[in-house]
Design a protein around this ligand. Sequence first.
Ligand code: RB5
Length: 149
Amino acid sequence: MRLIIGSDHAGLELKNKLLEHLGGMSYEVKDVGTHTSESTDYPDYAAQVASAVSAGEADLGVLVCGTGQGMAITANKVAGVRAAVCADTFTAHSTREHNDANVLCLGDRVVGSGLACEIVDAFLSAEFEGGRHARRIGKITALEQGEQK
Ligand code: RB5
């Protein structure tokens, strides 16, 4: 599985912990930064990760900022991206299973690194269940494509 990960300065420490965690697994991981603690703008990283997922260059994305919220708000502007902020493992696997979420957003100022690793594991190991959920995703896609009823 190809993963793409990014953070702003507020998410850098957690991103580095996640990279270490993911490094021991079989994922191919691309890190788009940031790489320093200098203040940055989260939309720049959210846009890179979301665009790569939308274009099929990565299977799933992970974004980290202070709360995860700015990353999700930005990533969800990109067509085909369903970004979810998660602070617990139940939401993390459920949003893959039910919402076919393809970008996980985490808040470095919200969750500790141990829980964040478990949230990432829950997200990455879950699969979209399809069925009735596919119909609902179809409605999201229609809305995104301007076919609002
Ligand atoms: C940066 O201070 C902070 O605003 C950002 O990381 C994020 O939490 C925004 O949603």
